[in-house]
Design a binder for this molecule. Structure first.
Ligand code: PLP
Length: 423
């Protein structure tokens, strides 16, 4: 067996890549391509590292479902005891449909609408993570009108550089997220005065794909300073929510293990005297990113003067991260041949030069072969679109030797369902 780095449940058996006990080429033949395939064991193993890290603590893990919000994925986490961090009314409905209770849900995001607030209040969610003074005022109004009290936490922006891609950096002064550290105390005072609100906590989230522990340590120190100041002002904080952001191995990165990171952070939190609070986190990518691959068929090999292209049937509508963030996904053959590899730009069929999956990749493939685009469990299917009227891919969840089709391939008719022709 030959396990792929960062993907403990993806391994070559002989020359064929397997996920858990299932051969990926068999799945591609049965369900077609592009096909997302997820390993349940990988998800539970990733979650287990956090659960070990928080063992014996008052804590709650809210899976940041934006990373992958397919219902069956949510069910895996709900059944394993997770709550959900949501950022829209749509995610609220998905979480509830997957079996979550309102009390398991926290609501983040800079632009919650009144209708979303009202629905979340009716569902009895655990906390609104409020991101601005204006949002506080509106939430209080909505809650008063509904005859309810909204539990709130303020998302504070600790102004820490997470040293990641600028589009997924969220805790710097120039970012749109959270309440500035310097304004946090006065905003808490206002929250405590407003009639429709009940202050329950504090939260932050500094960015995504963070691969070192330094930014977390800086952010935790700054936020604990604030907890002290807010409580000195007579506003008790029952929970501290440390957000998500822990990175995964896409291309040799070595992020800290979740349990090791939390051993370090908890030591500091205990030293500062806050270890008895309810400790919350909102991981997304680190729970699902390396639990999924996208299997794609090689359509054509196109030699060029400057480059060779390997044209596959997955595209930027299925795998938006390279086009959005110049992100790296490893691309490996599903069935290995032993001839010499050639170097290709791996690209999709969409009519954009930005539609690429990998540049300069050594691959030994022929038309009709399958490749696996690795680390495709997070921010792929949940960001997929219908650009070029391409149906979204099917999804399969593997559990040992069992295979569950968790999403059927979208047809052109599905895509046109909500449209109306002119009379
Ligand atoms: N919490 C909030 C508020 C977020 O915005 C995000 C991602 O953007 C997350 C949690 C999850 O981040 P990650 O997937 O990097 O763990």
């Amino acid at each position: 067996m030959n396990t792929l780095p960062g993907h403990p449940h993806f391994a070559y058996r002989g020359d064929v890549l397997h996920v858990e006990d299932v051969a990926l080429d068999a799945l591609a033949r049965e369900y077609g391509t592009p096909l997302f395939v997820y390993s349940k064991a990988s998800m539970l193993e990733a979650l287990g590292a956090y659960q070990r890290g928080f063992a014996g603590r008052k804590s709650k893990i809210h899976y940041a479902m934006k990373a992958n919000s397919s219902l069956a994925i949510l069910q895996v986490f709900a059944r394993a005891g997770c709550g959900f961090d949501i950022v829209s009314g749509g995610e609220l409905e998905r979480a509830l449909a997957a079996g979550a209770k309102g009390e398991d849900i926290i609501f983040s995001g800079v632009g919650k609408s009144r209708a979303e607030m009202r629905r979340a209040l009716d569902a009895g969610i655990a906390c609104f993570n409020v991101e601005s003074e204006a949002e506080l005022e509106v939430l209080s109004e909505v809650a008063v009108a509904a005859g309810k009290t909204a539990p709130v936490s303020l998302r504070v922006n600790p102004n820490v550089d997470p040293q990641t891609h600028p589009y997924i950096s969220t805790g710097l002064k120039g970012n749109k997220f959270g309440v500035a550290h310097e304004r946090a105390l006065q905003t808490y005072r206002r929250a405590a005065e407003l009639p429709g609100l009940h202050v329950v906590g504090i939260d932050f989230h500094i960015g995504s794909q963070i691969t070192t522990q330094g930014p977390y340590i800086d952010a935790v120190d700054k936020v604990l300073d604030l907890v002290e100041a807010v409580e000195k002002a007579g506003i008790p904080l029952h929970h501290i929510d440390f957000g998500g952001g822990l990175g995964i191995t896409y291309n040799g990165e070595q992020p800290p293990a979740a349990d090791a990171l939390w051993a370090e952070l908890l030591m500091r939190i205990d030293q500062r005297g806050f270890g008895d609070r309810t400790l919350m986190i909102e991981p997304g990518r680190s729970l699902v990113g390396n639990a999924g691959v996208c299997v794609s068929e090689v359509l054509y090999l196109k030699p060029g003067e400057q480059k060779n292209f390997c044209i596959v049937d997955a595209a930027m509508n299925d795998l938006p991260r390279p086009a959005m963030y110049q992100a790296f996904h490893a691309v490996v053959p599903v069935a290995r041949h032993d001839a010499d590899p050639h170097t290709y730009d791996v690209v999709g069929p969409v009519c954009e030069s930005g539609d690429w999956i990998g540049h300069g990749r050594p691959l030994n493939v022929r038309p009709g072969d399958h490749v696996a685009v690795m680390s495709a469990g997070a921010y792929c299917m949940s960001m997929a679109s219908n650009y070029n009227t391409r149906g979204r891919a099917a999804e399969v969840l593997v559990d040992g030797s069992q295979v569950h089709l968790i999403r059927e391939r979208e047809t052109a008719a599905d895509q046109m369902l909500k449209e109306r022709r002119l009379p």
